[in-house]
Design a protein around this ligand. Structure first.
Ligand code: ADP
Ligand code: MG
Length: 392
């Protein structure tokens, strides 16, 4: 997804006021009627309509006339609101190049005033999994846009909360800097995703370190659930950093053992294939170079686990039980089964649940966001971007 932040430069105070008005309207409308946008924005002399045109031109809004004349935010519009808020808070001053495209996120470099480079993760839940469902279901077509924003915001909030908590427990994770809407700002990890590494100096040491992280996570009550070569970064000193936490579950989850075993198996498989490691359990290939003791495969049941840790961490971060359920429902759907699978009764049920949850969300959406927008300085202030970001 293209994020042309130069556009930010050309957006006026009124543009942001109207964009914010659409966002506020989306708390209880999937498509916000033009008159409502105008009323919330409160610009004089029909100014709103001129601004709406401008925002459409930059694809920050989507115009929908199917039922009535109205607008909704696009992801780009949501990006700009988050970026502007964070810039106004002084978290960073400019957006640089894109450094990652995840399954459900876009990652960019951002620069602070003193030149420090950070990583910005924009969550895009629904980009893959939900879209597949959406295309089959007409009745979800309009409702879905609201959910994307809501779920992406929850994913960011959960990721931010975990990053902080894991860091406090000395896990090797990026430093959590700030969070707004669907956007998480964290330290930039040096190195590369493991998937790009062809050779290691000490594969056994790295392997043991990585398995040790999975075990220690479980001791702390957590399972990563997507622990693989894409979500493990490694630098030239072979220092490991784990990333990507929105799908983490508690060791008390009903499928905990399966998720745990799967995380472990991903690592075994990768080290076997990529670095020719063999384990005692691979009886047939004992001619390869490296061998690791069979005890290396940890058993979920042998680990002493703190089963309430996840709930505690999330509660401490202000993440409500309801938000946790909403997000889990969505993410676990993606974790457990392929989204391309053919329609069956079960998936029908899932969608029904999803939609009725969404219904409830309409009224409860986003108290954080509300506070955010009501702070007038954030609506009024201008975005200042560093000129030398232009070339990116
Ligand atoms: P997704 O949930 O979409 O998989 P990830 O958090 O795994 O997103 O990020 C996608 C990619 O972006 C990673 O594989 C990595 O290459 C890069 N990335 C993510 N976070 C950072 C970071 N803090 N520093 C450097 N690169 C990062
Ligand atoms: Mg990832």
């Amino acid at each position: 997804m293209k994020l042309d932040v130069n556009v930010l430069r050309y957006l006026s105070k009124d543009d942001f006021r109207v964009l914010t008005a659409v966002e506020m309207g989306m708390r209880n409308h999937e498509i916000v009627p033009s008159e409502l946008v105008d009323r919330i924005a409160g610009l004089k002399h029909g100014g709103t309509y001129k601004v709406l045109k401008n925002l459409l031109k930059y694809k920050l809004l989507h115009h929908d006339r199917s039922k009535y004349d109205g607008f909704r935010l696009t992801y780009l519009g949501y990006d700009f609101l988050a970026i502007k808020t964070l810039v106004n808070r002084g978290v960073f001053t400019g957006v640089g190049r894109q450094i990652g495209v995840g399954k459900e996120s876009d990652i960019f470099e951002v620069a602070q005033e003193d030149g420090t480079i950070l990583a910005m993760k924009l969550h895009r839940l629904g980009r893959t999994s939900f879209r597949a469902v959406k295309s089959k279901r007409d009745y979800l077509r309009h409702r879905s846009s609201f959910s994307w924003l809501y779920l992406s915001r929850l994913a960011a909030l959960k990721e931010f909360a975990f990053m902080k908590a894991l860091q406090e427990h000395d896990f090797p994770v990026p430093k959590a800097i700030d969070c707004n809407r669907h956007c998480v700002i964290m330290s930039l990890v040096q190195g590369y995703p493991m998937v790009q590494v062809k050779q290691l100096q000490n594969p056994e040491t790295v392997f043991e370190k990585i398995i040790g992280i999975v075990v220690r996570l479980a001791e702390h009550g957590l399972i990563h659930c997507d622990f693989n070569e894409f979500n493990i970064m490694i630098d030239d000193e072979e220092k490991i950093t784990m990333i990507d936490f929105p799908q983490m579950v508690s060791v008390s989850h009903q499928n905990a053992q399966m998720y745990f075993d799967r995380d472990i198996e991903c690592i075994f498989k990768f080290f076997r294939k990529r670095f020719n490691m063999t384990f005692q359990e691979d009886r047939d290939d004992d001619d390869t170079e490296v061998e690791v003791d069979e005890n290396s495969r940890p058993s979920f049941y042998d680990i002493t686990k703190d089963a309430n840790a996840l709930d505690r961490e999330l509660e401490a971060s202000g993440f409500t039980k309801k938000e946790q359920n909403d997000l889990d429902k969505f993410i676990e759907g993606g974790l457990e089964k392929s989204t391309d699978s053919d329609e069956d009764e079960e998936s029908d049920d899932e969608e029904q649940t999803f939609e009725s949850n969404e219904e409830r969300n309409l009224n409860e959406m986003n108290s954080l966001q509300l506070q955010e927008e009501n702070r007038s300085d954030e609506v009024e202030a201008e975005v200042e971007l560093d000129d030398n970001e232009k070339s990116e």
